[in-house]
Design a protein around this ligand. Structure first.
Ligand code: SAM
Ligand code: SF4
Length: 334
């Protein structure tokens, strides 16, 4: 039996889970300094869920009332034949929104097939508009390719693109206003993200690079008149309208905001671990269930329902402490 929102998935704190983020690969063509180490060991391919297994897991969640799915990674668009997964999922009758988060590197080629396969929305990461800085932050990325990818996604007709920028003090905080102007000029929403202490990174000291959403908002206020939106997506972002502009600025502040009480989401890693919270290690292994009972959606659904009792009340992130979460963000899916 479902609740008024159709969700069968309710945790111990009465929160209804209606949103799934699933990582389709832990691999990536970039090595962003806040996400990965320069040298990474990725999971052996046989340990990664197949596209059929991902589709089954997604169908199980949708039958349990999840109505939004976001595909993420690693870089989801380097997973072979991702369009076929999108096409498969977009046909789930009770799924209201199918979206994807990407670094944009493959979008020039893939925007059209993804749109045709039924993808509804795309978020694209963009931390800087300077080619050299882009190379420094992503280690292997090419800004021009990403900008062309953003353009291609816009032209093919995706509804309102959203850009994500992780801001690091002393690295790209001088570009807050430039990124905002780029978003306004092109009609994209833009969300600023505080760096989260997920995974051990030795490229920079996270506490020295920390900049709060509040400070970013203050800087934006020199150009835009911001007013808070009452919208609550159940997610961590707080949105602001910029007066006279047709876009929204979002802020994800895991250090300063406690958004846990309205959390409506869970994550599945590329290896099929169901994570009940981004900031905690609570999880169950869906892959072993799927592989022990191939194609058996009933067993899978039962395990997912039971896992809800593991969802912790909240996370504790503190930028001055060592990370408690040892997995890297590419394994978690952001
Ligand atoms: N590769 C895709 C991308 O970069 O958009 C999708 C996966 S990435 C892990 C998802 C999001 O997590 C991106 O917006 C990225 O900027 C963000 N991210 C990665 N590591 C982070 C960290 N340590 N703190 C905050 N955000 C992070
Ligand atoms: Fe790759 Fe995205 Fe992580 Fe950058 S943030 S390394 S693009 S997974």
């Amino acid at each position: 039996m479902g609740n008024s929102d159709g969700s069968v998935l309710v945790d111990r704190f009465g929160r209804h889970v209606t949103y799934l983020r699933i990582s389709v690969t832990d691999r990536c063509d970039f090595r962003c300094v806040y996400c990965m180490a320069e040298e990474m060991t990725f999971v052996p391919r046989k340990e990664i869920l197949t596209l059929e297994e991902i589709a089954l897991v997604c169908r199980a969640f949708v039958e349990l009332g999840v109505n939004k799915i976001r595909l993420t990674g690693g870089e989801p668009l380097i997973r072979g034949n991702i369009q076929s997964l999108v096409s498969n999922l977009s046909q789930l009758p009770d799924l209201k929104e199918l979206s994807l988060t990407s670094n944009g590197s493959q979008l020039s080629q893939l925007a059209t097939p993804l749109f045709q396969a039924g993808l509804n929305r795309i978020n694209i990461s963009l931390d800087t508009l300077k080619p050299e800085k882009f190379k420094e932050i992503t280690r292997t990325g090419n800004l021009d390719k990403v900008l062309k990818g953003i353009e291609a996604a816009k032209n093919v007709g995706f509804n309102k693109l959203k850009l994500n920028s992780v801001i690091l003090k002393g690295r790209n905080d001088d570009e807050i206003l430039d990124l905002a102007e780029f978003a306004v000029k092109n009609g994209h929403d833009l969300t600023f993200i505080e760096e989260m202490p997920v995974g051990f990174i030795d490229e920079h000291e996270r506490d020295k690079c920390f900049i709060s959403s509040e400070e970013i908002r203050e800087r934006l206020s020199s150009l835009y008149e911001l007013s808070a939106s009452s919208e609550n997506s159940g997610g961590p972002a707080r949105y602001y309208y910029a007066k006279g502009e047709n876009i929204r600025f979002g802020f994800i502040s895991p250090h300063s905001d406690n958004f846990c009480s309205s959390c409506n989401r869970v994550r599945v890693t590329a290896e099929g671990q169901l994570l009940l919270c981004l900031g905690n290690e609570h999880s169950i292994d869906l892959k072993s269930i799927v592989r022990r009972h191939p194609g058996d959606i009933k067993v899978l659904k039962k395990a997912i329902i039971e896992a809800m009792s593991l969802k912790p009340e909240r996370h504790y992130f503190n930028h001055e402490e060592e990370p408690k979460i040892v997995r890297f963000m590419n394994a978690t899916g952001g």
